[in-house]
Ligand binder design. Sequence first.
Ligand SMILES: Nc1ncnc2c1ncn2[C@@H]1O[C@H](COP(=O)(O)OP(=O)(O)O)[C@@H](O)[C@H]1O
Ligand SMILES: [Mg+2]
Length: 292
Amino acid sequence: MNEVLLEGRSLRLALPDLARKPVFGTAPMKTILDDIQFTLARGATLGVIGESGSGKSTLARVLTWLLPPQQGDVLFEGRSVRDFGAAELLAYRARMQLVFQDPMSSLNPRRRVGASITQPLRALGRCKSKADEARRAGELLERVGLAAHLAQRWPHELSGGQRQRVGIARALALEPAALIADEVTSGLDVSAQARIVALLDELRRDTGLALIFISHDLSLVRSLCDEILILRQGKVVERGPATELFALPQQAYTRELLDAIPLPVPEPGWLDQEEAAGAQSEATGQPVPSPA
Ligand SMILES: Nc1ncnc2c1ncn2[C@@H]1O[C@H](COP(=O)(O)OP(=O)(O)O)[C@@H](O)[C@H]1O
Ligand SMILES: [Mg+2]
């Protein structure tokens, strides 16, 4: 399990700073990512934490080479992504799937859920027939804890949590080695957030999928991630095993992020009941029964 899947080496990216663009001439460059280093073992979990604007989403785009960095390199299974040709880059992106915050913007509103999920398979000619496609959609929905019949629904008919699961199901279609989940729980209520985190953890345990979990919320990362990288203004200010980082944060910034975690819920048990009802409703698309 210790084999390195992905490695970031001295990644550095600067982009034109449009806020400081003069009327004439080109905008000055602004450093967005500065000397980022990390390794991700096969099946491991890396949390990337930082306040808004710290460079988390940019890092996700650099890692998938949607935004090639000016310096440094990404190594996938020991091979330099910088050396990849167009076909290898496509294959690499199939192995390293990106899941975004807002699935409503990534799901085509005029496509039924099932067709959205199997779209990557169709694009690569991996569905033999309509029946094969329907079977694959159903399987993928069930893998993310949803009922197979939701394949017939439109995106707007689903809840935020269900849509996020659909986004994850589509990312799983090509059987990636890793998921990069960028703020996938933002905009969901606390209980739906916890269920998405539990789903990712389950997928990791069952399939050996590696995870890069990007969030501004340390409390979510705590239960999920082995290793944590704290980003601030494009630099790694702290890194280490989650257990050490939570026990003994070295940086004032990390302590601030930790202090932002809400206190635990006082009455244990209530969340479990709500969770069970919520999970049931999310899976089947039936409304939560009101308490008698
Ligand atoms: N295309 C771009 N051009 C210039 N600056 C950008 C661009 N995209 C992001 N930035 C800047 O990069 C920084 C990091 O952004 P981002 O990666 O989105 O942060 P996060 O995801 O942590 O909130 C921000 O200061 C943002 O303004
Ligand atoms: Mg972001």
